[in-house]
Ligand binder design. Structure first.
Ligand code: FAD
Ligand code: NAP
Length: 360
């Protein structure tokens, strides 16, 4: 078992509330180190949730106040304002273990607060391949199913067996098999129902039969056709590409891709291709539907935004899909830049760009 990655260190605390199972309440708790944009953010009240059984009494006490609340993992896919009113639940549930294993594969059960990349490395150390294409994605295991994290042609939902969560509607713990989680491109039942499910544990199934998945050009070009790489080699290659192309949030604040890649009907795609023959796009979903995923980064670059700066925020020089905080930026400043980009892309391509990180 590993320890919770984000446990708070210096805390200003309120007196205990007397309700059994409720952890210490943290007052005016700084989230600067817990949002990858590195914005100055204070949570009015916060609780570090380290056990699933703390959730029910905490939600009960929050609902009695009628004040707003939300859940936070590692803060790598959120845009936070300077003051987060009400209560913020910091998901710090630790622990990971192989809970079943036979010749066909292994079930691995993991606490929501475990760091995602550390978990990927741990699976490889246990000789359990499958998640290597998802290496170096920031954040927690509990947040991975929310937008069905994906990279280099792999989505986490493919390897999830079931998810344990507290359902704030039924006030019970639920355990949903992956087939009931509605995993689609950067989406899930959890993202579609904000503030309903609080994920406590994720159970993965990693099949013993494994082949590398190298169809993304950046990855494929790092290997020669006469060598079948190991999962560790793929993980190292993914880390190498990502370190080259993406800003490290510890050095330059960012939330990864700021916009989703839009998916359009074939007719709109063909119309765009007429005007922009070099448009970067990929087939999406069932071939007979003819839908196309457009590379939003390419469109933003084509509009001339790559590397531009607007005060404290800007567009990353190596990947136009990533908006960055050079220091001193705020949610408002990054959203103003996003609006400028959205308007220009709409005007140029007739395509609406949706913001990927969750705004609070
Ligand atoms: P947070 O940002 O804390 O939360 C995100 C959302 O999930 C919020 O709505 C929050 O309420 C909710 N949430 C968090 N934990 C729970 C829980 N336990 N129960 C219920 N709801 C919860 N994403 C990709 O898909 N692919 C990538 O390749 C990728 N690369 C990235 C690279 C960089 C440099 C950065 C900064 C981000 C990248 N991301 C990527 C986005 C981000 O890392 C993922 O979405 C990640 O899963 C977010 O995890 P988190 O713990 O930081 O979630
Ligand atoms: P990239 O490899 O330069 O590709 C550009 C875009 O084209 C990506 O958005 C990707 O879509 C798409 N693409 C490329 N090859 C494809 C293929 N063979 N089939 C289908 N689609 C293809 O992208 P990148 O910026 O360097 O990122 C690499 C990977 O990490 C991508 O999968 C990306 O999604 C992921 N990533 C995600 C975030 C995030 O915050 N969500 C941040 C950084 C990186 P997809 O995005 O659908 O894969």
């Amino acid at each position: 078992m590993n320890s919770a990655p984000n446990a708070p260190s210096s805390l200003k605390t309120a007196p205990p509330t007397g309700i059994s199972g409720i952890p210490e309440m943290l007052l005016s708790f700084s989230l600067k180190a817990r949002n990858s944009f590195g914005f100055e953010v204070l949570a009015e009240h916060a609780y570090s949730i380290t056990h699933a059984d703390q959730i029910s009494p905490v939600i009960q006490s929050i609902e009695a106040t009628g004040l707003p609340w939300r859940v936070l993992g590692g803060g790598s896919n959120v845009i936070l304002p300077p003051l987060l009113p009400g209560t913020t639940l910091l998901m710090d549930i630790a622990g990971q273990a192989i809970t079943q294993q036979d010749a066909s594969g292994a079930v691995v059960s993991v606490g929501a607060g475990v760091n995602w990349h550390d978990f990927v490395i741990w699976t490889l150390d246990q000789s359990l391949p499958g998640l290597e294409n998802l290496a170096l994605i920031p954040g927690t295991v509990g947040a991975a199913p929310i937008q069905n994290i994906g990279a280099y042609g792999v989505e986490v939902g493919e390897y999830i067996q079931s998810i344990e969560a507290y359902d704030c509607h039924s006030k019970t713990m639920v355990n949903y098999p992956a087939s009931e989680c509605a995993f689609t491109y950067r989406n899930s039942i959890f993202k579609a129902n904000p503030n309903r499910y609080i994920i406590t544990h994720v159970h993965f199934y990693l099949p013993a039969v494994w082949t590398p998945r190298l169809h993304y050009v950046d990855l494929a070009t790092l290997f020669t056709s006469d060598h079948v790489p190991t999962a560790e080699e793929v993980m190292v290659a993914v880390c190498k590409i990502r370190n080259r192309k993406l800003p490290d949030p510890k050095l330059i604040g960012n939330a990864g891709s700021f916009f989703q890649n839009p998916i359009v009907e074939q007719s709109q795609y063909l119309h765009l291709l007429d005007q922009f023959p070099e448009l970067v796009s990929y087939p999406e979903g069932d071939a007979h539907e003819g839908k196309r995923k457009l590379a939003a980064g390419w469109m933003i670059d084509r509009c001339g935004f790559k590397g531009m700066r607007a005060g404290a925020v800007g567009v990353y020089q190596n990947q136009a899909l990533v908006l960055v905080n050079h220091g001193g930026g705020t949610a408002d400043s990054v959203l103003a830049l996003a609006k400028t980009i959205q308007d220009k892309v709409q005007e140029t391509f007739g395509v609406a760009l949706a913001i990927e990180p969750i705004r609070y």
